[in-house]
Design a protein around this ligand. Structure first.
Ligand code: GAL
Length: 997
């Protein structure tokens, strides 16, 4: 905003008004509970596993840790969606550097439990390691182990084996609760060691259940919640517990179920995924007009959103984003969306805020719910390839602000303010009298308007269409006081003998800052862009944002001997500014893409972090610092007027390592199971008569549901021995149930009957539950293919391969995860033979990669996906391919990478082909099932290969299992590697164990 003459004099004239309107409460403001006893003051220091006891309390305004107010600024990340433990540290450090103080995680029961009573917390499932890493990174953890989580994972997180057990889930059925208790025991044994309360770690809060509303129809709901609560407490978890209420119904507020007499350790939380095309909702305490639900449901606990949409998932076919995939999710919920919606949340008094997702990751193997494809990028601030996107800017700016400017942890609603064209929220801190205004533009066009502050200043502001702006007045900037600033404060800190305050806004804007200065200060321009005027006790500074990178203005003397360095940055510049606390004082580092760590050692400061584009480095810190190292290398610096050390030369951009072409392919077809003579004697007989599934067992016929025979993931084979001639056979009907994208192929005596697939979902059908269909194969074609003599034979074999997708989730607590998977009924028209069935799914779960890694394809059972498999006898081929016919074919090749040491390259595998071709590919890298590509459905073509599983300096084995339904020619088409990101820095990556056999 440019400062007009008229505004300028009006401002100067109003200075004498002071804080006449200061103080809390305004018309309609809700009462504040007990909050005043906890004064506004610095937030607790970044948490770590320090072995000390810490208290976690709360009042109406915020959490209170060790007597200090804490605003929780959290991001959701699922360790199970990043199957390379070293990379957890990478993402956590990116979050920490960019302003988050908390990470929220689901712990998926199915990921850790291959069988009843078996719990695996090793390797990629090492929860203890995750919690240690979070503590080492200085992040609090919100732990969410279900038992039900939803999360677009198979059965909403319930283990496959639970789908075949007795008793209704998500209620008080004793069999179900017995299993739940075992799970919680296993999780809590680990979590107990990492609670912040006793200093073992940084676990701050713990969620039971998720979006549970089964009590609406099931009167035992409260008893179920009570059971979970007491079980978790009995396991020694003593941090506050909470639940995540869907739809802001006020479900599970304190007192709504029996907590065994314990009071004051239960929080109410609700989630929200508002449409980005509607104005942000008022779901907190301070909503203006039409308050309903949300935080108002529980006025004595702080406003808490355990999940707030930071993107959205994309179903198969790309139906959510018009086939454009997650780039479109990121575009529709961009940085302006975040500002507009999250500032509204702040204005609504929500001080525990978790963005779902902050890093979405990959739903690898058979882990995704049937609705979604492999990538769970979510359009999050950090993309699936671990690149920090432009969405990080609001998170970074608000996160650092909420941690470093304590006024925001205790805000009350203040007198309504009207600003033409902008929805305005007005809040104030009762202790400091700082005022906070959130001005939101719900229209498409830019609005310039005037805010009359509580001090009587008229502040002219411009807010872009569909954006919002935070304006504060009365903030302490170290020893001086801010009258107001049109740009948003990002932090105030003291480094050495100087106070530093940073203000941020959009590129090209003019920031106007007014500082109270009873005595005229000495102002020094460090960069050429800024201008200032001193008039009647106030200093007006104007600075254009972003044009020259960072703009620095040094304010000295006046009423304080301590200089105040004012910094002004646009979004892109602000995300390269990292405040960092060390035991000997606070540092501010400017320049690199990421600051991971800083250490002070005498006069030297040692920095580690990432460089992406060419960048300089500048450091402000405690007095006496004279030298800087970056990633272990000395940096030549000079001292600046603003008392920083700045590098004399820029560090070069990260190299973009070359990736090899994928050649040397070998090919082999499989499905011997289709042949009449295949030996299936080791397969299980499928002759059960009853099932706990919600799918009905056809009268007089056997249960064919795969889960009832212990096959819970991936493909499943059936072979039926048919006794009796089939000369009069008219048709075979195969009823099956798979979830979206399922398909089957059938053979009779080795002769293809045909294939069938579930229809490609559209926006209406994609979320529909369990996909069922009946494939009817007429015998006409068969008569031509099978000679009469063969048809007359007394015994025949029907072979069926079902690509069963995963289990439905159980969001409605209706046991929908128990809908059958696989064949559900088979009947023959024209003949009534005696039929006996055998079934085969995955072999025993891979002991390292886990149960969701494999289904029951022949190649998988024989280890064709594993790196040590000898494929020397396979046919050498080149890609792309055009093959005819129905069935399963494998392709294998190896490739070596030699990414330079110290470079963090993120690599993807890209598959492309004519979209008319009906085939799908299961992708195995070094034996790990990294996803499913459906060529004619999409939209995913790029599959992230996480480092650790991917050897970036060494040999890799790629295996592709191609299922062709025979209705068109099949590929693979083009298969290539692509560089998705590159940084100098990163974290040390330990290879993920990938047994060869
Ligand atoms: C929420 C749910 C999450 C996830 C999300 C959509 O309602 O709690 O687990 O499913 O929706 O991504």
């Amino acid at each position: 905003m440019a400062l007009s003459r008229r505004t300028f004099s009006a401002l100067a004239g109003s200075a004498a008004l002071g804080f006449a309107l200061g103080g809390s409460g305004g018309p309609g403001a809700p009462a504040a509970y007990a909050a005043r006893s906890v004064p506004t003051g610095p937030a607790p220091a970044a948490p770590r596993a320090d072995g000390r006891r810490h208290t976690i309390g709360y009042d109406h305004h915020s959490l209170v840790v060790d007597g200090r107010r804490l605003v929780v600024w959290s991001g959701e990340l699922h360790p199970f969606r990043l199957p390379s433990p070293s990379l957890w540290r990478d993402v956590l450090e990116k979050m920490r550097g960019h302003g988050y103080n908390t990470v929220s995680i689901y712990v998926a029961w199915n990921y850790h439990s291959p069988a009843p009573g078996e719990y695996d917390f090793t390797g990629v499932r090492d929860l203890d390691l995750f919690l240690r890493t979070a503590a080492e990174t200085g992040l609090y953890v919100i732990l969410r182990p279900g038992p039900y989580i939803n999360a677009e994972v198979d059965a909403g997180g319930f283990p496959g084996w639970l789908t075949a057990t007795e008793g209704a889930a998500r209620g008080t059925d004793p069999t179900y609760l017995g299993h739940v208790d075992q799970w919680l025991t296993a999780v809590n044994r680990i979590v107990r060691r990492h609670q912040h309360t006793d200093g073992g770690g940084t676990v701050l809060l713990y969620q039971i259940e998720n979006e549970y509303d089964g009590h609406v129809t099931d009167p035992s709901g409260p008893a179920y919640m009570s059971h979970l609560y007491k079980k978790v407490r009995a396991d020694g978890i003593d941090v506050p517990l909470f639940h995540n209420d869907k739809g802001r119904n006020g479900y599970w507020i304190p007192g709504s179920f029996d907590t065994g007499g314990e009071r004051g350790k239960w929080l109410y939380g609700f989630d929200g995924y508002p449409s980005p095309s509607q104005p942000p909702p008022d779901w907190g305490d301070f909503g203006i007009g039409g308050l309903k639900g949300g935080a108002t449901a529980s006025p004595r606990t702080p406003g808490f959103v355990p999940e707030y949409g930071g993107g959205w998932f994309d179903p198969w076919g790309g139906v959510e984003f018009g086939g454009k995939g997650y780039a479109e999710s990121r575009r529709t919920r961009d940085a302006a969306y975040e500002r507009r919606f999250y500032l509204t949340n702040l204005a609504n008094g929500l001080t525990l805020h978790n963005v779902y997702m902050t890093f979405g990751g990959t739903t690898w193997g058979w882990l995704p719910a049937p609705v979604v494809y492999t990538s769970y990028d979510y359009g999050a601030a950090i993309d699936e390839a671990r690149n920090v996107t432009t969405k990080i800017a609001p998170m970074h700016q608000l996160g650092h602000l909420l941690q470093r400017v304590p006024d925001f942890a205790k805000l009350d609603r203040a007198a309504d303010v009207h600003v033409a064209g902008l929805k305005t929220y007005h809040l104030t801190n009762p202790d400091t009298q700082a005022h906070v205004y959130v001005l939101r533009n719900d229209g498409a066009d830019e609005v310039t308007s005037t805010l009359r502050t509580a001090d009587g200043d008229d502040v002219e502001l411009t807010v872009a269409g569909h954006d919002a702006r935070l304006v504060t007045t009365g903030l302490s900037l170290g020893r001086r006081k801010l009258r107001y600033c049109t740009a948003q404060p990002m932090f105030v800190l003291t480094a050495g003998r100087q106070d530093i305050a940073l203000f941020t806004g959009r590129y090209g804007e003019m920031a106007h800052l007014v500082l109270e200065c009873p005595a005229e200060p000495l102002v020094q321009r460090v960069d050429p862009e800024a201008a200032w005027v001193y008039d009647q006790g106030v200093l007006h500074v104007t600075a254009p944002l972003g044009k020259g990178g960072l703009t620095r203005v040094l304010v000295q003397r006046g009423e304080s001997d301590t200089p105040l360095l004012l910094l002004f940055a646009d979004d892109a510049t602000s995300v390269r500014l990292f405040p960092y606390d060390t035991p000997s004082g606070t540092l501010l580092v400017y320049g690199p893409a990421l600051l991971r760590h800083a250490k002070l050692d005498g006069s030297a400061v040692h920095l580690t972090g990432d460089i992406v584009g060419a960048s300089g480095v500048e450091v402000w810190g405690p007095r006496g610092i004279t030298s800087v190292t970056w990633n272990g290398q000395p940096v030549r610096t000079r001292v600046t007027v603003s008392e920083s050390l700045v590098a004399l030369a820029r560090m070069p951009a990260a190299p973009r390592p070359a990736l090899p072409e994928l050649t040397g392919w070998r090919r082999k077809t499989e499905n011997p199971e289709a042949a009449a003579g295949f030996d299936d004697s080791a397969w299980q007989t499928a002759d059960k008569k009853t099932s706990f599934s919600t799918t009905a067992v056809p009268a007089g016929r056997p249960v064919l549901f795969a889960d009832d025979y212990g096959f819970h993931y991936g493909d499943v084979w059936y072979r039926a021995r048919i006794e009796g001639g089939i000369e009069d056979l008219e048709s075979v009907s195969l009823a099956y149930s798979t979830g979206t994208q399922g398909m089957l192929m059938a053979w009779l005596d080795g002769v293809p009957l045909g294939s069938h697939r579930m229809p490609v979902p559209d926006a209406k059908t994609v979320r529909k539950g369990s996909w069922t269909a009946t494939a009817e194969f007429s015998a006409d074609g068969l008569r031509k293919k099978l000679r009469k003599k063969q048809r007359r034979k007394p015994e025949h074999v029907l072979s069926v391969l079902v690509r069963r997708m995963q289990h439905d989730m159980d969001g409605g607590s209706l046991d929908t995860h128990k809908a059958a998977r696989g064949l559900t009924d088979v009947s023959f028209k024209g003949v009534s033979p005696k039929v006996s069935w055998r079934i085969q799914g995955a072999a025993a779960p891979d002991p390292v990669r886990g149960p969701q890694n494999n289904g029951g394809l022949y190649g998988e059972r024989e280890g064709w996906h594993l790196p040590g498999f000898a494929d020397g006898g396979w046919e050498p081929v080149t890609l792309p391919r055009s093959d005819e016919g129905m069935g399963v074919t494998w392709y294998r090749t190896g490739f070596r990478l030699s990414v330079p040491g110290g470079v963090d390259a993120s690599v993807g595998l890209v598959l492309e082909d004519d979209p008319a071709r009906a085939y799908r590919v299961q992708i195995f890298l070094n034996g790990w099932n990294l996803g499913q590509y459906v060529n004619d459905v999409g939209p995913q073509h790029t599959f992230v290969l996480p480092n650790g599983i991917l050897r970036t300096r060494g040999a890799n084995t790629l295996a592709l299992a191609v299922l062709a339904d025979g209705t068109s020619e099949a590929g693979p088409g083009v298969v290539r590697l692509e560089l998705l990101g590159s940084a100098v820095g990163g974290v040390p990556v330990t290879s993920v164990d990938s047994p060869g056999r």
